[in-house]
Design a binder for this molecule. Sequence first.
Ligand SMILES: [Zn+2]
Length: 131
Amino acid sequence: MSDLTDLQIDDLKTRLVQSGRELKVEIREILIRSDEQHHKDLAGAVADAGDDAVADMLVDIDTALADRHVLELRDVESALQRMRDGKFGVCIECGVDVGYERLTVYPTAKRCIRCQQRHEQTHFRGTTPTL
Ligand SMILES: [Zn+2]
């Protein structure tokens, strides 16, 4: 458990739910704008779906912008899931508190700042040879 108060968690939850809604609206609009019938079918499905599992439904979307929104939506949904599991606000790698200050900036943050920096270094260094 993190040391977040119920009030802080409530506040972050409201923001996560809200941004999840906005992302779904945006994804739906992108799908509707695209010409493929398959995407239009998906757009209808997004509108009908509940709050969960929308991101999973959208795995095969290939529009770059929608892709980014889908990734964000996935982050939002996994943050809400961690909240339900009582693991929200705790770094998934080292277990320290992520901290309310960091969470107000990145409500979907799942790592503390130190682990996040290490994670980004390991990931982005791999794109070019470092010999
Ligand atoms: Zn950490």
